[in-house]
Design a protein. Structure first.
Length: 186
């Protein structure tokens, strides 16, 4: 195994004996872990590092991410706009509900007014019919058509009613004891 291959094997964590145990005539790229992803010519040209090449780059971290987004003022403005839109939507919904309730009340009032007008018209018709039907001349004509006639004065004089047995006391209340006494005296 060549010296460059041995140093590469040490650099990638393989011992020289492990490199020498590889296939006969194989290059370092064949033993390289990433060889199946990187062509052999590219793998052989990679620089050798004795230490891992990790570099720390100072940065702002999360502060840098926050600065990349919206600023605090823009975020506050967006929140205020969202609250204002929600408030306007609630006001609009309340206005529609109140308008709908007012329209419903107006329709019900109109229906009730029409019912009142119909009842008044029917009451007027009934008053007219009652005055026509209670006219004494019409009643007399109808009675004569049925063969009825008014009683004569002689007939009404002949009618004698017996004395009532129901008695009342001085206060005007019905008195059972006096009524029983009047019934027994008969």
């Amino acid at each position: 195994m060549s010296a460059s291959m041995t140093s590469r094997a040490h650099a990638y964590g393989r011992s020289s004996s492990a490199a020498s145990r590889g296939r006969a005539g194989s290059s370092f790229a064949a033993g390289y872990r990433g060889a199946r992803y990187v062509p052999t010519s590219v793998a052989e040209k990679l620089p050798l590092y004795d230490e891992p090449s990790i570099a720390v780059v100072p940065g702002a971290g999360r502060r840098a991410q926050a600065q990349e987004g919206l600023s605090a003022a823009a975020l506050t403005l967006a929140k205020v706009c969202a609250v204002a839109c929600i408030a306007l939507a609630l006001i609009a919904v309340a206005r529609v509900a109140i308008t709908s309730a007012a329209a419903t009340c107006a329709l019900e009032t109109r229906e009730i007014s029409q019912s009142i007008e119909e009842a008044r018209a029917q009451g007027n018709e009934l008053e007219v019919a009652q005055s026509v039907l209670s006219n004494p001349t019409r009643i007399k004509t109808q009675a004569q058509a049925m063969g009825m006639m008014a009683p004569t004065p002689a007939y009404s004089e002949q009618l004698v009613l017996p004395r009532d047995i129901v008695a009342t006391d001085e206060a005007g209340n019905l008195s059972l004891s006096e009524s029983m006494a009047a019934l027994a005296a008969r």
